[in-house]
Design a protein. Structure first.
Length: 229
């Protein structure tokens, strides 16, 4: 079991990654305007996004033709949103994943794994060269869930924690499989005002799992003795 100090550091590190993901996205999406077309919180978030669109569409979004010469897009693509509803849903998703990490308390390594999976999730988009543009937090959020699942299953905790992590992992797997990312580039869920990219969700889940496993294994091997690191 991790020490209380390690749990505390892990929680703070997890929240730090969540803030790095969400605050720039919120700033880019915030603007001045009436938001008359939508109401409540959606209106507050969606109100006049020209500042975000002018900057992010050209400089920050994933660009299948330019990411090699403009590698910052591997990070900045997460901050770009195409509508107020898109931004609101993803910010709520950050809150949920941040809360999941806080409750699960998987340790500092998990936060590093989530941070590492951020650019790798978008790098995975290069496997679909026909996807020329992408923006949003959803892929990296899938990565965060995968990190929590792997870290919790690898940690010798009580049976209840393992069971919950197993169910969460099965739910994540089912969601990705039902979206059929290998069969379609875009999907158009009812009620959404943007197209969804299932491949980004799959890339995030795979990268999150891989990074979590890697950071669980590598420190012990490098140290060369049991219990080190």
């Amino acid at each position: 079991m991790p020490s209380s100090n390690e749990v505390g550091r892990g929680r703070l590190a997890w929240l730090a990654v969540a803030l790095l993901l969400s605050l720039p996205a919120w700033w880019l999406g915030a603007g001045r305007g009436s938001g008359a077309a939508v109401g409540g919180w959606v209106g507050l978030v969606a109100a006049a996004m020209p500042r975000a669109q002018a900057l992010s569409a050209g400089l920050l979004a994933w660009d299948g033709a330019q990411w090699l010469s403009q590698p910052w897009r591997l990070w900045s693509a997460a901050w770009v949103h195409l509508s107020g509803l898109h931004l609101l849903a993803n910010l709520l998703g950050v809150v949920l994943v941040a809360g999941l990490g806080w409750v699960a308390a998987p340790g500092p390594r998990a936060a590093w794994a989530w941070a590492a999976s951020w650019p790798l999730t978008h790098l995975g988009l290069a496997l679909r060269p026909e996807l020329m543009s992408y923006g949003g937090l959803s892929g990296v959020l899938h990565a965060g869930v995968a990190v929590v699942v792997v870290s919790t299953l690898a940690d010798p905790r009580d049976r209840a924690s393992r069971l919950i992590a197993t169910l969460l992992g099965l739910g994540l797997l089912a969601k990705v499989m039902l979206e059929r990312p290998w069969a379609r580039l875009l999907s158009h869920p009812e009620g959404w005002d943007i197209a969804v990219v299932p491949w980004a969700h799959a890339s995030g889940a795979v990268c999150g799992m891989a990074c979590a496993l890697l950071l669980l294994v590598l420190p012990t091997r490098w140290a060369g003795r049991p219990g080190a690191g």
